[in-house]
Write a protein of this length. Structure first.
Lengths: 125, 171
C-alpha cells in the first residue's frame, strides 16, 4: 500500500450507524448522503489489499458504535467526482484516509456526498 | 418537581418565566409544565413544546409531530455519535429547521443529522430527490433524478428554499 497516494484500484470503506440516529434510507436501501458529511473531511478506511472480513472487523472495532452497514466504493468514483483522497494513517489505524471537496476545502459538496450515497455498495450487518 | 401555571397552588409568577422579558406569558400557553426554578429553564424545549402543542391545536398530522419529535431528539446526540468524531447538533440549527418543516407540512421529508453540525431534509417525488442541508449560517440543496445529478444551490434564504420545494414538487 502506497502511503503517499491512493490509486484508482483501491476500495474505500465507511461505517453507518444502526440507530441513534437512524441514517438509512429504507426505500432506496442505501445510506443517506448525510453519512458522508463530516466537518473535517469524510473519514474512510482503505482496503490496503486486506480481505473484506478483516476490514469489516477492524471498522467495527475502531468505531465503537453499533453499525447498520458498512458501505464501500471505488477510488474511481471519487476521481470521477473530483473528490480529493488523502492517505491519513493514524495511531490506531494505518488504513485511515480523508476525502475532501478539494485540497483547500475539507467538507464534501452536497453533490459529492450524494454521489457517494447513490453509488456505494452495501455490506449489511 | 414540576408545576403548571394552571395550578391554583402554583407560586410561579408569569413574569418570571422568561428571563429578560418583562411581560406576562400569553395565557394560551398556560398548560405547559414549567420548572420549579429558572435554573433548569430550557428555552428550546419550551419553544419546541409550544410548536408541537400548537400543531395539535391546529390538527396538524401526526406525521408532522413525529418529525418534530425526531428533530428534538437530535439535541440529545453526544459527541462522536457517528463513530467518526461528530459534534452534537446545536439547538440553534434545530430551531432554524423547525419552521421549514412546518411551512411545508404537505410534504414529509426524511430527516437526518450530519457529522458537520447540520440537519438534512430529504424530499422524494417522481424519481427525483431534493436534499436540503441547514446549518448555523447557510441553507443549500442538491437535486438528483435517481442517480443522475441535476443541480446544486447554496446560500438560499428561507423564502427561496420554500420556492425551491414548491418547484421540486412541480417536476
Amino acid at each position: 500500500m502506497d502511503f503517499d497516494r491512493i490509486n484508482d484500484q483501491e476500495v474505500l470503506y465507511r461505517g453507518v450507524n444502526k440507530n441513534n440516529p437512524y441514517m438509512w434510507n429504507d426505500t432506496e436501501n442505501r445510506p443517506s448522503s448525510a453519512v458522508f458529511k463530516d466537518s473535517f473531511g469524510c473519514s474512510v478506511d482503505r482496503d490496503g489489499e486486506r480481505e473484506e472480513q478483516i476490514i469489516v472487523d477492524k471498522l467495527r472495532e475502531n468505531l465503537h458504535i453499533e453499525l447498520r452497514a458498512i458501505v464501500h466504493f471505488s477510488a474511481v468514483l471519487c476521481i470521477h467526482n473530483d473528490i480529493e483522497m488523502i492517505p491519513n494513517p493514524i495511531k490506531s489505524n494505518d488504513f485511515h484516509a480523508i476525502l475532501k471537496r478539494n485540497p483547500d476545502t475539507p467538507k464534501l459538496s452536497k453533490k459529492q456526498a450524494g454521489e457517494l450515497a447513490r453509488n456505494c455498495q452495501v455490506i449489511s450487518l | 418537581m414540576i408545576k403548571t401555571l394552571v395550578s391554583p397552588t402554583s407560586t410561579i409568577s408569569p413574569f418570571n418565566i422568561l428571563p429578560n422579558q418583562n411581560k406576562p406569558v400569553d395565557t394560551k400557553y398556560r398548560l405547559f409544565p414549567l420548572p420549579e426554578t429558572n435554573t433548569s429553564w430550557d428555552p428550546l424545549g419550551y419553544i419546541i413544546q409550544k410548536v408541537v402543542d400548537t400543531c395539535s391545536l391546529l390538527s396538524a398530522t401526526k406525521e408532522v409531530q413525529v418529525l418534530l419529535s425526531k428533530i428534538q431528539s437530535f439535541s440529545e446526540l453526544q459527541h462522536n455519535w457517528n463513530g467518526y468524531g461528530a459534534s452534537p447538533i446545536s439547538k440553534s440549527v434545530i430551531s432554524r429547521t423547525i419552521p421549514i418543516i412546518l411551512s411545508s407540512t404537505e410534504h414529509k421529508p426524511l430527516i437526518y443529522p450530519t457529522g458537520r453540525q447540520s440537519i438534512q431534509l430529504e424530499f422524494y417525488h417522481n424519481n427525483n430527490s431534493l436534499e436540503i442541508e441547514i446549518d448555523e449560517t447557510e441553507i443549500g440543496l442538491v437535486c438528483f433524478n435517481e442517480k443522475i445529478f441535476r443541480y446544486e444551490k447554496e446560500n438560499l434564504t428561507e423564502k427561496e428554499l420554500q420556492q425551491e420545494i414548491t418547484n421540486f414538487y412541480g417536476l
